[in-house]
Write a protein that binds this ligand. Sequence first.
Ligand code: SAM
Length: 341
Amino acid sequence: MDPARQMCKHFRAMQTALIDSFNRRIEYLRISVTDRCELRCSYCIPKGFTGFEEPEHWLTFDEIERVVGAFTQLGVMRVRLTGGEPLSRGKLPDLAGRLVRIPGLRDLSLSTNGTRLRKLALPLRRAGVTRLNVSLDSLNPERFAEITGGGRLEQVLDGLMAAKEAGFDPVKINMVAMKGVNDGEIVDMVDFCIRYDFTLRLIETMPMGATGREATEHYLDLQEVKRTLQSRYELIPTVMTGGGPARYVRVGGTNLRIGFITPISQHFCATCNRVRLTVDGTIYTCLGQENNLELRPLLRAGVTDEGLKEAICLAISLKPERHEFTTRPDKIVRFMSVTGG
Ligand code: SAM
């Protein structure tokens, strides 16, 4: 028996944590519940793209629940629903309600573009979603429309307010910081987040797919941004709950926390604790590598619960040490909404 399979059998027998070949404990699963999104952010889904996954390939809610159950039995405690735009998948609060009842799951969070939050924030909160991230790259309506391929800023701002009214706390804003596009707005965004009590997370552009690669023309090193903000605000290192990679500071004299997500200028692969499940049931073990394992054929061929856990262990054993975004930026053909950001 090959060593990876033997290791998987061992994990399964021990019902223990998922530890990869680089001694990292995997306790966080991000699930792309759809690869579709009505927005066309310049760095994400290409304009005119039509090659979305066929509905018959989408994991059903039963299948997602089963996979999450297997992951939690192997020590995964946090799940984030993402996409594509997760709120475009019908009956998402029903799925959330089913997942939060799975023993061992401690935290169910969600990433959204915010356009449907006015209608769905409260049902999601009631279903048990604990934390919410909303993408917002600009506070200028024209620029927002340009970046998102026609998105309406007022809809997202209204969605953000609906999230607060529904009791999400904190609500985190994800801003992809781009030189020559929205870098002039970072201070405005800081002030906006102070005023409305949001948490801000700044993200470096990643070369995911052709769109992501083109967008790296606007790559902005967040270490520079941090220095600029430091000249204006007192930035005090702090921590925030959540399984993600952001490094946080608090802005002195305020409640605002700013997270820096720096996959390029200061990558965090050594502490990576997550894997991703695509809408068609493929586990991707790294955003910036192809290493993957398809669960859907197993699920639809009647795999046993033990077999499913064994397959998950095998996937984890394939997790590479790190991405190669800087050394091989042309490597990843999947754009972000396929894998689930
Ligand atoms: N639709 C949801 C949303 O807007 O948050 C979830 C999916 S979206 C793919 C998740 C996050 O990935 C968003 O914050 C988005 O800005 C970010 N993203 C997409 N492509 C990216 C890229 N090439 N580089 C950096 N961040 C990217």
